[in-house]
Design a protein around this ligand. Structure first.
Ligand SMILES: Nc1ncnc2c1ncn2[C@@H]1O[C@H](COP(=O)(O)OP(=O)(O)O)[C@@H](O)[C@H]1O
Ligand SMILES: [Mg+2]
Length: 370
């Protein structure tokens, strides 16, 4: 039996980490509150709360290293494992920063990384004052626990304070609504020795559920029309953040592009949905590079192979045969029970040229409910 990796969280990200690790000779153990967690196809599942010390000890026993695939993992639990002598990578400090939108934005700002105008909101009066400063449209976001566009309210005019306060309350962050040209993300991996490599910038499309942005629908990589200067700007942002956190593993930063400028929106201290294209579309997938980094092995190339688009399957899986009939299409079914708004799988389609890719995507868009 080779090295064992313990993963806190047993969702699709854990499952894909497992799929990438098996060829490297790794074995996996997962901790998840759900007995139906999709990662159990790749290794034994400990069913328990992610903050439960006994369950944490159970999943980590004998592991070479511990990682997490969900940023909601309680940082204290991850710290407790560290205190027991386990290598927790990335470190729990990254969880702490990412779990609080305010701390996250303050970190970006401290590092000289541009962010949309924002203000902390703890009371109704603070919300009114922040809206005066920032102006409309603005978006009020809960500081903790928001995801996929949940925990956000748009404010189109000053009179919306009452309703927004009633719906979301505090603690929250009010943020200027940015009229961005597009959304991008930068995925980076930092090794145990401190070397950082970035993947090509990715262009992301999020669909609006209720006025605000929401769940990720599609990613294209490399993002079209990225100048070397823009790529360098994305890499500089990633480099500063990962060095500051002393980070080990893969991290994703969501960005708004406005003209030639990049504003940081948020980061995820883990492998990320906007990096799924790397499985087929890059020399080394984000999952493999995350494992290589956390185990102290050399990083793999982050270069793209051709052009890729990833489409999320949300709420329903497409017809398998029709998807597989499209050249260059790769289906990933996470084995989850269908539910409205739930990410059940994704399709990545690759092509040698951008034109060929467009044709293939057009065929898939009819099939995939992205
Ligand atoms: N300040 C903003 N300006 C413009 N659009 C925004 C802003 N904040 C969020 N959005 C839209 O909402 C989406 C989800 O918001 P985000 O802050 O990334 O929260 P989540 O944690 O739910 O992903 C973003 O990808 C974007 O499309
Ligand atoms: Mg986001």
């Amino acid at each position: 039996m080779g090295e064992v990796v313990a993963v806190l969280g047993g969702g699709q990200l854990g499952r894909m980490l497992g799929l990438a690790g098996v060829p490297l000779g790794l074995s996996f153990r997962f901790l998840d509150p759900s007995p139906e967690a999709p990662a159990q196809a790749l290794g034994p599942l400990v069913v328990g709360a992610l903050g439960d010390e006994a369950a944490l000890r159970d999943v980590a026993r004998g592991a070479t290293a511990v990682t997490y695939e969900w940023e909601g993992v309680p940082a204290e639990g991850a710290r407790a494992l560290e205190q027991l002598g386990y290598a927790v990578r990335p470190g729990p400090n990254a969880l702490e920063v990412a779990q609080d939108r305010l701390g996250e934005k303050e970190t970006f700002r401290r590092l000289g990384i541009p962010v949309p105008a924002f203000a902390a909101v703890d009371t109704r009066d603070e919300l009114a004052r922040a809206l005066d400063d920032i102006g409309t449209p603005a978006v009020l976001k809960t500081r903790r626990g928001g995801y996929d566009g949940k925990g956000q309210v748009m404010l189109h005019r000053a009179s919306a304070v009452e309703a927004a306060w009633a719906e979301l309350g505090a603690p929250a962050v009010l943020e200027q609504m940015v009229r961005f040209d597009r959304e991008l993300s930068v995925l980076a991996v930092r090794s145990l020795a401190g070397e950082t490599r970035c993947y090509p910038l990715v262009e992301n499309r999020h669909a609006a559920e209720r006025g605000t942005g929401g769940i990720l629908r599609a990613s294209r990589a490399p993002a079209p029309a990225v100048t070397p200067a823009l790529q360098a700007a994305g890499e500089a942002i990633a480099g500063r953040l990962l060095d500051d956190l002393g980070y080990v593993g893969v991290l994703a930063i969501e960005l708004f592009q406005v003209g030639d400028e990049l504003l940081a929106n948020e980061f995820a201290p883990r492998v990320h949905n906007s990096g799924h294209w790397t499985i087929e579309g890059a020399e080394t997938s984000q999952f493999e590079n995350h494992l290589r980094a956390m185990l102290g092995r050399p990083l793999g190339s982050t270069n793209a192979r051709g052009h890729s688009v990833m489409l999320n399957c949300i709420g329903a899986m497409p017809d398998i045969d029709r998807v597989l009939a499209v050249p260059g299409a790769h289906l990933h079914d996470y084995g989850k029970t269908p539910r409205e708004g739930r990410k059940l799988g994704h399709v990545t389609v690759t092509a040698a040229t951008a034109e060929e890719l467009d044709d293939r995507v057009a065929r898939l868009e009819f099939l995939v409910d992205a």
